[in-house]
Design a binder for this molecule. Structure first.
Ligand code: NAI
Length: 328
């Protein structure tokens, strides 16, 4: 039997946590032969800890054969101990009257503390996925706060945007999601992201040629994907949770188990590819193999795409500048 993997999840009593934990425990993320130990972190607040206990009672009641251990924590130093995977979902939501800057700073504090804790106690090979918003900048902060871990172990979630784009393209072309290859989303997990189907194919045919409508790309597709989170809140009265959890599962599963040559999107620290400054946590098209991701190289960037990439990069650099004083 395989050695159990330790999966730490923060914000475990939250909305996304409730959609995420059961799927991890059932083997959707790491495989149906991979036992897991869940190390669940919530804030020390009595209500949050009680809610977490309730979720753990339900996990018990599922009697998942792959769930071989489970612990509750309010301290990241114990929650991240020997973690092989860390899903950083918990974050400070924007409160009434809170400026973007306040939000960045509140989260910078959380992700500095958690980055340091990962640095101190997690497995040296820990794979970190930041879901909590602003996801790219939070991931950047955690990475910078963990100097003894490889920077490449820190990633941000762009997969929900990627999956949203897949569905929009499937609906537009009347084809199936599973047949769409080579789609990618560049940049920040925010409305500035650039979902790019210029290289995408379905049964070997160019998606761009099939759609053949630049106005649809610019005026419908990009705004629909970019503002999908707001549309979900408007419709449901709550933010995306099951789809976000699903994207987190997809991200880690592909990272660990590989994409077999297919492209996906991950927010990763730039290595300088495509002119994105080193270490900026940026959505790139990647392939993964043996637990490592690789940026798809050599893609032509036309003028329209370059403009979009510049815009989402500028936003990320601004966020980074906004928290620089906290990383000193
Ligand atoms: P939620 O508010 O239902 O749950 C968040 C949980 O995190 C709460 O239980 C809270 O107590 C906990 N938490 C807060 N600070 C914490 C800390 N320092 N340590 C441990 N736990 C902490 O929120 P929900 O809906 O689960 O969303 C979580 C985050 O994911 C939000 O920041 C949201 O904006 C983000 N998100 C990101 C997406 C992406 O594509 N990257 C998509 C959807 C949501």
């Amino acid at each position: 039997a395989k050695t159990p993997m330790r999966v730490a999840v923060t914000g475990a009593a939250g909305q996304i946590g409730y959609s995420l934990l059961f799927r991890i425990a059932s083997g959707d993320m790491l495989g149906k032969d991979q036992p897991v130990i869940l190390q669940l972190l919530e804030i020390a607040d009595e209500k949050a800890q009680k809610a977490l206990k309730g979720v753990m009672m339900e996990l018990d009641d599922c009697a998942f054969p792959l769930l071989v251990g489970m612990t509750a924590h309010s301290d990241p130093m114990t929650a991240f101990k020997d973690a092989d995977i860390a899903l950083l979902v918990g974050a400070r939501p924007r409160g009434p009257g809170m400026e973007r800057k306040d939000l960045l700073e509140a989260n910078a504090q959380i992700f500095t503390v958690q980055g340091k804790a990962l640095d101190a106690v997690a497995s040296r090979n820990v794979k970190v996925l930041v879901v909590g918003n602003p996801a790219n900048t939070n991931a950047y902060i955690a990475m910078k706060s963990a100097p003894s871990l490889p920077a490449k172990n820190f990633t941000a979630m762009l997969r929900l945007d990627h999956n949203r784009a897949l569905s929009q393209v499937a609906q537009k072309t009347g084809k199936q999601v599973k047949d769409i290859k080579k789609l990618a989303v560049w940049g920040n997990h925010s409305p500035t992201m650039y979902a790019d189907y210029r290289f995408a194919t379905i049964d070997g045919q160019s998606v761009k040629d099939m759609i053949n409508d630049d106005a649809w790309n610019r005026d419908t597709f990009l705004p629909t994907v970019g503002k999908r989170g707001a549309a979900i809140i408007e419709a449901r009265g709550l933010s995306s949770a099951a789809s976000a959890a699903n994207a987190a599962i997809d991200h880690i599963r592909d990272w660990v188990l590989g994409t077999n040559g297919e492209w996906t999107t991950m927010g990763i620290p730039s290595d300088g590819s495509y002119g994105i400054p080193k270490d900026v946590m940026f959505g790139f098209p990647v392939t993964t193999e043996n637990g490592e991701y690789k940026i798809v190289q050599g893609l032509a960037i036309d003028e329209f795409s370059q403009e979009r990439i510049n815009k989402t990069l500028a936003e990320l650099e601004e966020e980074r500048a906004g928290v620089a004083h906290l990383l000193k």
